[in-house]
Write a protein that binds this ligand. Structure first.
Ligand code: NCD
Ligand code: ZN
Length: 346
């Protein structure tokens, strides 16, 4: 008999975009209702590049939380060509910063200030290796000669493997992996390598972007891949391997900027994240593996305590809203208008 209720230790989101200001006010309640903590991405305009900015951003997040919420933002710094070893040492000691994000310059939304050549970041990476502060990697090369769908795969050989050779003690999260090659690399890598996987990459392949016409709400980076890659990601997420854990990459953009001639990359999944993951795990026949993926493996990697308390999902069909409020516009959640079988109990 199919089960009708899932109880999980309170989960965390190990990769989240909360934005800032009015946009943050519109989305933060959704993540706080789903997760106890989140690793908050630093790709604001301008990016969060130092401890002082991370502290100030954290204060703004805490001030924007709904009354009574105990949601904890775990801050990150945006690695640039100029990040110094001293900045890393201070950030690692602060207890506020839990990772440093590597965006190859130009790889995705607000990544212009990213690293132009990884060698420029070597002093900072040495300090991260020494202090144990993890490097969170957007793993795509930016070379326009490389096919868009191959950019993650090529990144492994061109950047990841040489980087791990030069810094064998560096702790690395390969963020939002999308390919069989990345899943295999992380499974087989040395100690200290982990990966996050989004709900949308577990549920959809690249066909979703083109069903009956261009569907911009399914466009994100790294872009959805072929079905064989989706299957490899499901296998990794449900394998019980502690290197794989939950990271939504919920990336809110106003509706008009998604439904645009040059639509922004990012899927908004914060309001129904756990429901989407539960759907993917149920299809795989692996609901018993969801708690480790959502609530245990992330804290173990980040050397943080597991949350106390639980959340409950019930089998209770509901329809994802067509749109939600967003400043000056609306926001369209991923799979808007579709019915989910699981619902998080409030
Ligand atoms: C993210 C965003 O909008 O900030 N977009 C996305 O498609 N995932 C940036 C990112 O994580 O690549
Ligand atoms: Zn992201």
């Amino acid at each position: 008999m199919a089960i009708d209720e899932i109880k999980l230790i309170r989960p965390d989101d190990w990769h989240l975009h909360l934005r800032d200001g009015e946009a943050m006010n519109a989305v933060i309640g959704a993540s706080a209702a789903q997760f106890a903590r989140a690793i908050v991405m630093p790709n604001l305009k301008p990016p969060v590049t130092n401890l002082e900015q991370a502290r100030a951003y954290r204060d703004r997040i805490l001030a924007a939380l709904p009354a009574g919420s105990d949601f904890k933002p775990l801050m990150t710094l945006y690695l640039t060509d100029n990040t110094s070893a001293q900045q890393i040492t201070e950030a690692a000691a602060s207890g506020v910063v839990h990772g440093v994000k590597l965006y190859p310059a130009g790889a995705t939304t607000n990544s212009d200030a990213g690293v132009t050549d990884i060698r420029h970041a070597y002093p900072a990476l040495e300090a991260m290796q020494r202090t144990g502060l993890p490097l969170l990697v957007h793993g795509e090369v930016t070379d326009s000669q490389i096919d868009l769908f191959d950019r993650e795969h090529v990144f492994i050989d061109k950047v990841m493997i040489p980087l791990r050779k030069d810094f064998p003690g560096l702790r690395v999260v390969f963020e939002h992996i999308t390919t069989a090659q990345a899943a295999a690399y992380v499974s087989g890598a040395e100690e200290g390598v982990a990966a996050t996987i989004t709900a949308h990459h577990l549920l959809y392949n690249r066909n979703a972007i083109f069903i009956g016409g261009v569907r911009p709400h399914w466009y994100c980076l790294p872009v959805l891949k072929r079905e064989i890659h989706r299957q490899a990601l499901v296998q990794a997420a449900t394998s019980g391997n502690p290197r794989f854990f939950l990271g939504t990459d919920s990336a809110p953009h106003a509706q008009r900027l998604k439904e645009h001639a040059i639509g922004c990359a990012g899927c908004y999944t914060a309001p129904h994240a756990l429901e989407l993951y539960a759907t993917a795990f149920e299809i795989a026949g692996a609901l018993d593996k969801l708690e480790a993926f959502a609530s245990l493996n992330g804290p173990a990697f980040y050397r943080l305590p597991v949350n106390t308390g639980t959340v409950t999902l019930r089998r209770e069909p509901w329809t994802i809203p067509d749109s939600l409020p967003f400043p000056g516009d609306a926001i369209v959640p991923l799979a808007a208008g579709e019915t989910l079988q699981w619902r998080l109990q409030g």
